[in-house]
Every structure is written in C-alpha cells, then in structure tokens.
Design a protein around this ligand. Sequence first.
Ligand code: SAH
Length: 546
Amino acid sequence: MEQTRLKTGQIAETVITGYSAEGMGVCRIDGWAVFVPNAIRGERCRVQVTHVSANSAHGKIEEILERSPHRIPRGCPVAKLCGGCQYHHMDYAEECNAKAQKVTDALNRLGGQDLPLVPITGGDGITAYRNKAQYPVAIKNEKPVAGFYKNRTHEVIQVQRCAILPEVFDRVRDVVIRWAEEDRISVYDEHTGKGLLRHIYVRRGAVSGQVMVCIVANGRELPRENRLIHALQREILGLASVILSVNTKNTNVVLGSEFRTLWGRDYIEDQLCGFTFRLSPRSFYQVNHDQAQRLYETAVALADLHGTETVLDLYCGTGTITLALSRKAGKAVGVEVIPEAVEDAKQNAARNEVENVEFFCADAGEAAKRFADAGTAPDVILVDPPRKGLAPEVIEAMAQMAPQRIVYVSCDPATLGRDVKRLSDRGYTLTHAEAFDLFPRTCHVETVCLLSKLRTEQKVEIDLDLSELDLTSAESAATYQEIKDYVQEKFGFQVTSLQIAQTKRSLGLPVGVNYNPSKKEAHHIPQCPPEKTAAIREALEHFQML
Ligand code: SAH
C-alpha cells in the first residue's frame, strides 16, 4: 500500500523510540521515520514535521506529553544554537546508553553481526575534558568576536563559557579578541577573502598543563605581535608556545600548512600511557586524555602481545599507540601521512628511549601495499583511521599480510561497521567490541574491536584461542597455554582453548569477555569430554583459580 507522504507543518502525537547517529530522537509518523532534535527515548511528544525529504523527515517537539526521567535542565545556554553538543538535555547514563546503542546498531546492521548491547566506558567527568579548541573569529556589531559556528552554518555564536573546555581556553580567546579590538587587527571575511584573523586554536597538555596558542591568519605577519604575546604571557598560566599558522586559502580547513613560532617552543608536551609526547600544531592528539588512555590500554590488551611479535600501527599520529604497543611487542612499526606528526613520533620514541619502533611517513594504503608485496607478515595490525574508515586497498593489503589479529580503533561506528563486514568477508571474525566515550555531551563515540583470523580447521573445531579474549585470567592467573601445558604433562593428552573455556564456564569462572556463541552455531560446538573436564579442573586448582 502506498504510504501517504508527510506534510511540512503536520503535527502528530508519537513516541521517541531511539536515536539517530547524529543524536536526534527517532519516532514514526504515518510509518515514516522522523528525526527530532532534543528528544529522549521513551518520551511521548507532539511533534511537528519541519522538513520532508525522499525517505526521511525532520521534526521538532511541540509539547512533551510524557517526560523521560533522564531529561535534565540544559547545561549550556547556547547548546541548541551552537550544535556542538547534542546531549545537553539528558543525563549522562542515557547518553552512554544512546552511544552504546549507536555502536551496536552499526556493527549489527552494517557489520553483519548479531551482538547484544556492546559495553561502554563513560568518562569520569563531562565538563572541561577537552584539551583542544578552535574558535572561529568574525565581526559582529563592528567588533571582533570569537565563538563557535552555529549548526551547519558559518555564523559565529558567542559563548561566554563553554562547559566542555577548560576555563583557560575561554581566557585565551578573550585575550586574543581584546588585542584584536585594541590594536585594530582586521578579521578574515570568507566572502571577500580579505582580513587577517581567522581562528584561535588552543591546546593544553592535560597532565603537563602546557598551553599552546596558535593564531590562524590570512597573512605572514601579525601587526603588534609583541603586544599579543605580552598579554598572553601575563594572563595565561602554563603558556608554552605561541604560533602563527598561515592560511591564505579559501577553505574550511582551519590550519594552514605554514607555521611560525612567535614565542616559546614549536610544540607542547603531555604525558600519556607513561610516555611523554610532544605535539606540534598539526599533530593529532585525542581530545580527552583520561579516556584516550583507557581506550589505548584496552587496544594494547586486545593485541595480546608477549614480547616477540611484530605489530603494524596504521594511522599512528604522533606514535601514541605505537609506543604503548612497543612495551609488549618485539617490534612496532607506525605509518602516518602528516610529516610533522611523523617527526613528532620519531622524537617521541627517542626521548622515551624506545628502540623497537620505526615510523614511516606515507599513505596507509600505499605503505600497507608495499609491506604486503614485500612479504611482510606482522602478527598483529592495529588501525586507527579518521572518520572515513579504511580505504579498500588497506583492507586488501591487510588480508594479504594475514595477521592473526586486527585491532580496530574507530571514531565512526558506521565506517567501522562497513569495514568489519569487509574484513569478515576476508576471514576475520569480530571477537570483541567495546565503546569508549571520549566526547561527553556530543554524539561522537570511539570503539575498539578485535578481529581474529580463523584457520579453516579452527572453523570446523571452533577452537578459538580464547586466552586472547580472556583478559581477566590472562592478567591475574594462569594463561590458557599454562593450563594446556600442565594437562599435557600431568595427563599426557591435549586440551583445547574451547574445552578450557567450557570447563571454566561450567564452574562459574569468567571466560572471554565477548565469547557468546550464537544459538545457531551452538549445536556445532563439541562438548568437552568428562576426563578432559576433570584434568582441566585439576589444572585450575593447581593454579589456584578455583
Ligand atoms: N593513533 C593516533 C592517531 C589517530 S587519528 C592516536 O590515537 O593518537 C588518525 C590519524 O591518521 C591522524 O594522525 C591522521 O593524520 C592520519 N591519517 C589520515 N589519513 C591518513 C592516510 N591516508 N594514511 C596515513 N595516515 C593518515
């Protein structure tokens, strides 16, 4: 039956059933999916349709008839206008829930999985967590102002205090704007391409407290530059670096490619995962320090290294994850396309006295192809691509190199889902998925996945190496290998990882975090024979795991 088309302006009573990837509430009106900003799952609302397109529609809340217990007073006066944060109207528990759902949906729908809700690790704090900000500068009422772009526009919205940024960032902004006003610095106009000041870009080391101020300008000189530097020195605690980024192009990309240090060092430093990192303006560094550290620790644990393996870290930035991997690997090799980031990565390895790493400046796809063609066979490949995910040639080259494990760190669940599907078509099985919230109040979320290669005979026997997944036992008690060796020596027969997991499960011990065989395959799994169960039980007793 032909569905009646929705009409703009039409009002309907409906219930919000979930969230879109962009954090909007989703409801149905006359069978059509309608996206409603600022709505919370479970709320009954009167929704007015505001925009209709070919296969979806947008609406706005006219009235909330049944309010969610998760609704809270908005934490930011301009949240609706600014559009940087989508979740200010709900409590953090519901936000985490929405993000876990987003990751799970992407992995199931696009990745061909059948996962229950993936676990998510929320942040300790949801304010002042960001260590980077970019304020566009504009003219309003004939005065320079800096703020954030209004949702989907280039209109600058002023915000006295942005709650997700440290206070010192807003202070930097005010100092720069005061200088611009007092010293009559011109402001860049996108339409005419004239004017100087474009963006104020600020970074701070979460642990070091060092602050970098980078002025993005449409020119190579700043008039009365010293007055700016003195004002920053006077008012900004921790100021370590003032840099000019020259951007004369008519582009949305914030930073230019030419940099000149006006005062202090060319970079700032910060500590992460027990290493000290230096960060140049163009080098990527996760915006949420504590959550990044948790994410990286999990990624390294999933790589399951024992000191001998070769690991390839594609899209390595300044080598943050590469160095963390190097502690447990025989050798770690990083690939990154931004030359300054590669330079930072090399310096970071040297100053932390890490010798078993190597960095290459190259496109990940080209480098991976070169490695594959040269017969390089890393044991583990870790990838952490930008939002667009992995290029087909990266997947192709990874499949050729055939590592045992692929650890995928992703900032976009949709491209992650797509790539998980492509990798599963190449013989990799998703064995672990976990989300980390690095961006409280916004709709963004990070995910880390483990994809394991199954050999053909393993597919038949379903003898996954569960110790890879069983972080609890790997860290605190005997590994599966030790149990296997014990049984072999004492009883003279072999047991498989699956049999160990089955025995552990039957005894109520924790097994691999995500090893939930679907009902479909359950009847293919051979059950552990009683004599082997008894032997494994004895080994567990021997290692005091019972
Ligand atoms: N793993 C690092 C960086 C992750 S961000 C960290 O967590 O700190 C993604 C990185 O990929 C950025 O540093 C970006 O410069 C880099 N990048 C983007 N496209 C690339 C490409 N085609 N080849 C290699 N690196 C790329």
